[in-house]
Design a protein around this ligand. Structure first.
Ligand code: NDP
Length: 495
């Protein structure tokens, strides 16, 4: 075992780790940091309750650009004007408002209050590279229960007019913009603060191994400090990364889904089986993560990645707002699946959950106590580094078998939207009222409502490559031996 000082020296050696995500400018930091917020707004506007999902003109670009004078300038102007009308574009100033900003900050405030006030379990994190273990305060599960029971009570009394649901449905885009701004501010704050990290770890603070290349944009994006913490008046010390990872965004995803369910009920007077599947399966995924909160301590996010724009934006914007697209879609176009489709989709969800939970729990139990009777029969490699790598059980089937479970579940989130696509037209039968129809739109919204599973496949394959690289660096020959014993990366016999 090397001593802590040697480890610390290694950790603060700048640039030793190399770039990930395509480096600082090309496909990486710049595009993700400034392109993904635009993609989030694009989803919000192009799949809407004003004209359709997608905005119908997108399906006929010829008409969209058709202008009386045939000049390219007026063609573009015509297209922009049409899209503004079809998307309910509020103007740049309308992307945010005071109500949404105050409401969103109140949401963060509430999360903080519950974090401090509710009883919590104190758990030690994994060993830092510079030595020592941080203590984490975990109570996100009961915090979630407190919030969800309050919402249930509000809905019981006020139905779909409960203020939380109407607030979200009235200010959806503006709430998203507020969270985008918060993620930029937070990333900048933790980046600047990271320069106070001292060599060694007298304050148990350390830089992320891959987060201090010296390139400002890249380090700001990937996260310079591994586990930034802040001490707030009244609230005390808060671990920013674990707080952001599980509280405002993750639970925010469920709350957004519930608001969309309320919207469907208010518009149609019923809730469809498709909506219930989306809300329940995604809800179980989130509640599961909160219930097994301490399992977060061994994830790549906590042990390896610094906290920068990538995680701040991912936790606070990307996850809640793009993962809830299906419920938002169904709130306007209510799909009725019928019992056989419901059964088929629930079976997919069940298989996914079985693999996901089985594999994650097995690793967690083994890493917590390898003598636990539930895992003591499993074979493993004892690495020179000190850690043990499972070679039988779930982790003997593929090196990231948990990812295939997660990805299988993502199918169950998207399938309820079926051949998605709708437009909103004036009703011929009831003048003054509007009708949602799939006429000429079937399948047109698949890139939007199935985006999650496509993107998630890319994320998981990329994550597997990053993790393999990290483990090869960490375990050397022992990792090669593990790869020989377990050759499949994610899907046995396929990949
Ligand atoms: P994993 O839980 O897959 O953990 C990977 C780590 O486990 C490795 O770095 C290594 O850490 C250790 N490990 C690897 N092989 C073995 C083995 N054979 N035996 C014991 N330990 C081993 O990491 P993730 O953080 O990527 O995933 C956690 C969960 O979160 C997954 O289910 C994933 O699908 C999910 N997830 C979901 C996302 C979403 O947006 N919905 C995004 C990202 C993840 P060590 O250095 O300690 O040895």
């Amino acid at each position: 075992m090397r001593n802590a000082a040697a480890k610390a020296a290694e950790v603060v050696k700048p640039g030793a780790h190399g770039y990930e995500f395509g480096g600082p400018y090309a496909l990486g930091a710049f595009v993700i940091s400034f392109g993904l917020p635009i993609l989030c707004w694009a989803f919000a506007f192009l799949c809407n309750d004003v004209s359709g999902c997608p905005a119908p003109s997108l399906l006929s670009p010829r008409k969209l650009f058709a202008s009386p004078s045939f000049s390219s300038h007026t063609g573009w102007q015509h297209a922009i004007d049409t899209l503004k009308k079809e998307t309910g574009w509020p103007g740049f100033a309308g992307l945010i408002n005071a109500e949404a900003a105050i409401g969103t900050l109140a949401w963060y405030g509430l999360s903080l209050f519950l974090y401090v006030l509710l009883p919590a379990e104190e758990v030690k994190g994994t060993e830092l590279r510079t030595g020592g273990r941080l203590t984490y305060r975990f109570n996100s599960f009961i915090s979630a229960l407190a919030i969800l029971f309050s919402c249930a009570a509000g809905t019981w009394v006020l139905g779909p007019d409960f203020q939380v649901w109407t607030f979200i449905n009235r200010n959806y885009v503006q709430i998203m913009t507020t969270n985008i701004i918060i993620s930029y501010v937070l990333a900048t704050y933790v980046y600047l603060r990271s320069f106070a990290v001292k060599a060694g770890n007298s304050e148990m603070r350390e830089l992320a191994a891959g987060g201090h290349s010296g390139n400002i944009l890249y380090d700001w994006f990937i996260g310079r400090e591994l586990n930034p913490r802040v001490t707030l008046p009244f609230f005390g010390e808060v671990d920013i990364k674990s707080f952001m990872e599980l509280r405002p965004g993750m639970l925010g995803w469920v709350v957004l889904n519930l608001a969309f369910m309320a919207k469907q009920y208010k518009s149609y007077g019923y809730i469809t089986d498709s909506m219930l599947i989306v809300v329940i399966t995604q809800g179980i995924y989130v509640i599961d993560a909160l219930y097994y909160e301490s399992a977060i301590l061994t994830t790549i996010d906590l042990t390896t990645d610094g906290f920068g724009f990538m995680l701040a934006f991912g936790d606070l914007v990307w996850l809640p707002f793009t993962y809830s697209i299906q419920a938002r879609y169904l709130s306007v176009h209510p799909v009725i699946l019928g019992p056989w489709n419901v059964l088929a989709i629930l079976s997919v969800a069940g298989v996914g959950y079985f693999i996901f939970r089985g594999s994650n729990s097995q690793k967690n139990a083994f890493r917590t106590n390898s003598d636990d009777p539930a895992v003591s029969h499993l074979e493993y490699i004892q690495t020179a580094n000190g850690s043990k790598l499972l070679t039988t059980g779930w982790w003997g089937r593929a090196r990231h078998i948990n990812y295939i479970g997660d990805w299988t579940m993502s199918w169950a989130y998207c399938l309820p939207t079926m051949l998605s696509g709708y437009k909103i037209v004036n009703s011929m039968l009831t003048p003054g009222s509007r009708l949602v129809t799939q006429d000429g739109m079937k399948g047109a919204a698949i890139p939007i409502t199935y985006f999650y599973m496509l993107y998630f496949a890319v994320l998981l394959v990329h994550r597997q490559m990053r993790d393999d690289e990290k483990c090869r660096r960490k375990y050397g020959k022992d990792w090669d031996e593990y790869c020989e014993k377990v050759p499949w990366r994610i899907v046995p016999y396929v990949y």
